[in-house]
Design a protein around this ligand. Structure first.
Ligand code: ADP
Ligand code: ZN
Ligand code: ZN
Length: 767
């Protein structure tokens, strides 16, 4: 007899790990790790996932008591190593096991079951409408000797169409009325062959000129060194990590391509993660042009059917290179030799709903389980990764940093000018564009080149700012920037929850607390306004392309805009954060940042780091080709260390005091931080539950070094959809079992119906 341990997909019980069942021989080899099964559970049927199979009966249940698995609902979607990673995720992120398993399942698979009749077997309800097959028609050699009768005009049309090559019958029918029956008649005579082929839904292609990715004649010294380090990490087969710390345009992507080539030559595959936002046709095109059909692509802008097809290619072992967003990490690639995470510092690698995992951490665990190498790439590596490289080791694996400080060939890092907007204002400048930016734009137009303008939308218009000195009013009790709430015209402190009507701060006037100016405004510009003003500023014949949430809503719009930018002779691309990354257009010689500092005042300990990273990223779009690049950064905070560091591309100098502050205050990378949010309609209940939770953690960690509990306090978003939200923050030592402790505490308190709790470990954006 075999036995299966199963993770049930029942939210309430799911926290409690796996349940044991007998695996009847009749169910055969389909009942394996990774299979979705139907099992009896407290007098009803439940869906579950097989996490382990064993010949040994479970220790604490007698053979008579153990119930058999009823049915296999879906073939294995993951293997033993993935099952172990899922179990680790459930503990590390204090989430139900079934939540941790779900990312590994086939796209579109639902937990619900149905059956066509009471005697029929159960089936899983699926969103994807199954794999799709199509009928293809092609000419046979007999076609050479065949002449249709004069009356059979449809047959003639079909033969003429197929002379150019095989076609889908559905496509023939679209252009030739009655094509399907003509194909049928021709097939009977042996003139046309009809075959059913599995369709691949929606493969994108690209016409972007730079997508071709020619192999460089010579690798740079940095690239050679990076590849050698990756080779060593693969040979160690221990989940070792290589951090490729390379300036923008230094050829990191080329390193990935070369490393993947070697993995494929060794019969292994590769998982490549790219932030969703930079997963453009251009990025995909570079991988496709090198590895062709070996590449599967997975991201959320694909339909469920498309995602299923790509996922299935990987599972069948037909594609060995997976390029995708965060969730591509869970693709069923049998033997990865490499996991690559590009732009590893990106916050979007942290998932903001359960399982609230960080792709970097899961990838490190996965690499260790599978004995492959993890490659992290960034021009602005996360402080977490830098710290681990400095230590040389983390969680058993070796962490190595390779620097690539130069661009290949003659391309140099761009010249950066920081413009003090307060000074511009005092000098009479009232435009969105400062004088230096206008001059730079004029130069681009003269030389018929291209420019990119970034409008930073994060933290946008949430602060009241003095236009004369750039001062942002702070809470007198907390030294936290006050958030401006437009609807109530109030200033709110999100640390202590005090609030002031704008007119009453800091005394009954609307003057700047710093310089007394009356120009205190939550002034905001949108991309639309930048586009309009550019239209007035620039001469005719310069194309202005706007890229933001509005203009990229429809499918493929993102790519069409980039193709337009690529094709134009002289153009300006205006956009939000989505233009900051991944774009590689050699003709871009100017990058302008309209408002560099909106992020600096967010109640976020990473605000300065994130500002620097974004600016360095967007600056990296300039001067990637033979022509030199220029960057103009407009800010009200020209003296901020982040601004000064970007001007010299000197991140190390900027980071030193930043790291010292984090070490002092006990923030990551020197400690771990969890954010636990409690919400519900009844404020009293939310207060009670959040306080009980904070007390439980305090009691549990009392006297332990490095643990600290903050709160409960109102969330930054204190109210959402009529629900009151409060949070508790927990700091713990870098190697602590934070997930295990918080899960225990959450289970130990009374949680009345109507109260909700979310545990976010290694929180990135505070909810
Ligand atoms: P990153 O990923 O670090 O931003 P890329 O890999 O996109 O850098 O490289 C930037 C540009 O330099 C690309 O156009 C790429 O084709 C080119 N490139 C990369 N490596 C080399 C090399 N060894 N020699 C010449 N050109 C290179
Ligand atoms: Zn002022
Ligand atoms: Zn305050």
């Amino acid at each position: 007899m075999r036995y299966a341990s199963v993770a049930l997909d029942i939210p309430t019980r799911a926290l409690e790990g796996t349940f044991d069942y007998a695996a009847p021989a009749a169910l055969g080899p389909a009942l394996a790790v990774g299979a979705t099964v139907l099992v009896p559970f407290s007098h009803r049927a439940a869906v579950g996932y097989v996490m382990a199979v064993s010949d040994e009966p479970p220790a604490n249940v007698s053979a008579q008591q153990i119930l058999p698995v009823a049915q296999v609902l879906a073939a294995p979607a993951f293997d033993d190593a993935s099952a172990r990673v899922a179990s680790w995720m459930a503990r590390a992120y204090a989430c139900p096991l079934c939540d941790a398993v779900r990312p590994f399942l086939a796209p579109g698979q639902k937990v619900k079951v149905t059956r066509p009749s009471p005697d029929a077997p159960w089936e899983l309800v699926s969103e994807k409408a199954g794999p799709r097959d199509a009928r293809w028609a092609s000419l046979t050699p007999e076609a050479n000797d065949f002449t249709p009768t004069r009356a059979a005009s449809r047959q003639r049309a079909v033969i003429a169409a197929l002379a150019a090559g095989p076609q889908r019958v559905s496509e023939l029918s679209a252009t030739i009325p009655g094509a399907a029956s003509a194909v049928g008649a021709l097939a009977k005579r042996g003139v046309v062959a009809v075959a059913t082929r599995r369709e691949l839904r929606g493969i994108e292609s690209t016409s972007l000129s730079s997508a071709a990715a020619p192999r460089p004649a010579r690798l740079t010294d940095g690239q050679v060194e990076a590849l050698a380090a990756i080779g060593r990490a693969r040979a160690a087969a221990f989940g070792d990590v290589v951090l490729v710390d390379g300036v923008t345009g230094s050829g990191k992507t080329e390193v990935y391509l070369a490393a993947i080539e070697r993995a494929l030559a060794d019969g292994q595959g590769a998982l490549v993660l790219v932030p969703e936002i930079s997963l453009t046709a251009q990025t995909v095109g570079r991988f496709r042009s090198r590895f062709g059909e070996e590449v599967a692509v997975l991201h959320s802008r694909l339909s469920v059917g498309e995602r299923f097809d790509q996922w299935d290619l990987v599972r069948q072992g037909r594609a060995h290179v997976v390029v995708g967003a965060r969730s591509a990490l869970f693709a069923p690639l049998a033997s990865p030799g490499l996991i690559i995470i590009d732009e590893e510092h990106e916050g979007s690698y942290k998932q903001d709903k359960s399982p609230r995992y960080h792709a970097r951490e899961v990838a490190a665990r996965m690499a260790a389980e599978r004995g492959c190498a993890l490659v992290l790439g960034s021009a602005t590596p996360s402080l977490e990764s830098l710290e681990r490289c400095r230590e040389g080791r983390f969680s058993g694996a070796a962490w190595t940093r390779v620097k690539m400080p130069e661009r290949p060939g003659t391309a140099a890092l761009p010249q950066v000018t920081v413009v003090d907007m307060a000074e511009q204002f005092r000098g009479g400048g009232r435009s969105i564009f400062s004088a230096p930016l206008v001059r730079a734009l004029e130069g681009v137009v003269e030389r018929r080149e291209k420019a990119v303008l970034l409008l930073n939308r994060r933290g946008f218009a949430n602060f009241l700012m003095c236009r004369e000195c750039g001062c942002v009013p702070e809470c007198p009790h907390c030294s936290t920037a006050l958030t401006y709430h437009e609807r109530t015209h109030a200033l709110v402190c999100h640390t202590c929850a005090r609030s002031w009507p704008v007119a009453a701060y800091p005394d009954p006037s609307t003057r700047c607390p710093n310089c007394g100016s009356r120009y205190l405004a939550a002034f905001g510009v949108g991309t639309q306004r930048v586009e309009d003003e550019l239209g007035m500023l620039l001469p005719e014949g310069v194309e202005v392309i706007r890229m933001d949430a509005d203009t990229t809503r429809s499918k493929g719009a993102h790519q069409r805009l980039l193709e337009r930018f690529d094709a134009a002779e002289c153009a300006v691309l205006v956009g939000t954060q989505m233009i900051a990354k991944g774009l590689d257009f050699p003709e871009v010689t100017l990058v302008g940042v309209i408002n560099a500092d909106t992020m600096l005042k967010l109640p976020d300990f990473r605000a300065a780091e994130r500002t620097y990273d974004l600016l360095e990223q967007v600056a990296g779009r300039a001067g990637r080709g033979a022509r030199a690049g220029e960057v103009v950064i407009q800010t009200y905070w020209a003296t901020h260390p982040a601004m000064r560091a970007v001007a010299t591309h000197d991140r190390a100098t900027f980071l030193a005091p930043e790291l010292a502050e984090r070490a002092e205050a006990g923030y990551p990378p020197f400690a771990r931080l969890a954010n636990v949010v409690v919400w519900g309609r009844r404020e009293a209940m939310v207060r009670e539950v959040s306080a009980a939770f904070a007390d439980a953690v305090r009691a549990r960690t009392e006297g332990l070094a490095g643990w600290e509990v903050l709160g409960p306090a109102d969330c930054v978003k204190a109210r959402a959809k009529d629900q009151v939200r409060r949070h508790v923050m927990v700091k713990a030592p870098a190697d602590a079992d934070l997930g295990g402790v918080l899960r225990g505490c959450a289970a130990s308190i009374r949680r009345p119906v109507g109260s909700n709790m979310a545990v976010d470990i290694d929180a990135y954006d505070l909810m």
